[in-house]
Design a protein around this ligand. Sequence first.
Ligand code: SER
Length: 314
Amino acid sequence: MKNILVIGAAGQIGSELVPYLRNIYGESHVVATLHSTKNPDLMNAGPFEILDATDANALAAVVRKYNIDTIFNLVAVLSAKGEADPYLSWRINMGVHFNALEIAREIKGAVFTPSSIGAFGPTTPLDNTPQDTIMRPTTIYGVSKVASELLADYYHLRFGVDARGLRYPGIISYVTLPGGGTTDYAVEIYYKALEEGKYTCNLPAGTYLDMMYMPDALRAAVELMEADPSKLIHRNCFNVTAMSFDPETIAAEIRKHIPDFALDYNVDPVKKAIADSWPNYMDDSAATKEWGWKPEYNLEAMTADMLEKLRARK
Ligand code: SER
């Protein structure tokens, strides 16, 4: 990776991936694309372009202008938001992905695309979910993620595009809030624990989902893109996880720091149905075997760090 383009640089992952990549590869080698001028911090921090990446010609022009060889495409309409507007979800999720793969074909470049636990569905084995298994998701987000995985493999096989990806679990972070996801509660709970000492959860007790702290998610993306291609049996996409918990488990961990923290429930039926169709915990041993994946943060370490970082921001 010499010249990198990050599409979706203002989002939950993008806002942290851009500085992470600049730290490794040098500021001038990482171009951030933003959809609007609403992020002055990101615009002042290094090379950037305002770009609607659903416009294939505009994306291609930016790629050529900066002599880009690697694209990180982080644009996505997440699961719950997608159910409110399936057409928009498909158009954004697949449209940008297609455009990124097409220009990568022309430049003989590499593309990183996150897939998700959302690529699985109710007929998937939900415990210890294998790398290769049944994938019949019941959300438009999941349908677009499965299609994205297949399209990325197709571009690799047919055109030699160096397409790679991860099936991320819920990502927990303190810089930029996620928007419209089913796993968002696991981020909001930390903010509310500090601000109000209580949280009303929209998923019921007993809903186990895979999760990961942002530092592991960033490192995983770079380690995968730097991995020796001859070792990759899978490419799009690898199961990766760091922990699995339900709302009661994360609340109990928060109470070790904020003893009076109170959790109650107001279940959102749409989010509950989505969460019920996703794995309880994934088997990520293929990622470990093929490129050495290993998480650093468990629930305990993540909770201590999240609360410390959020307190410091006040
Ligand atoms: N965090 C995403 C969501 O909840 C899953 O990848 O939609």
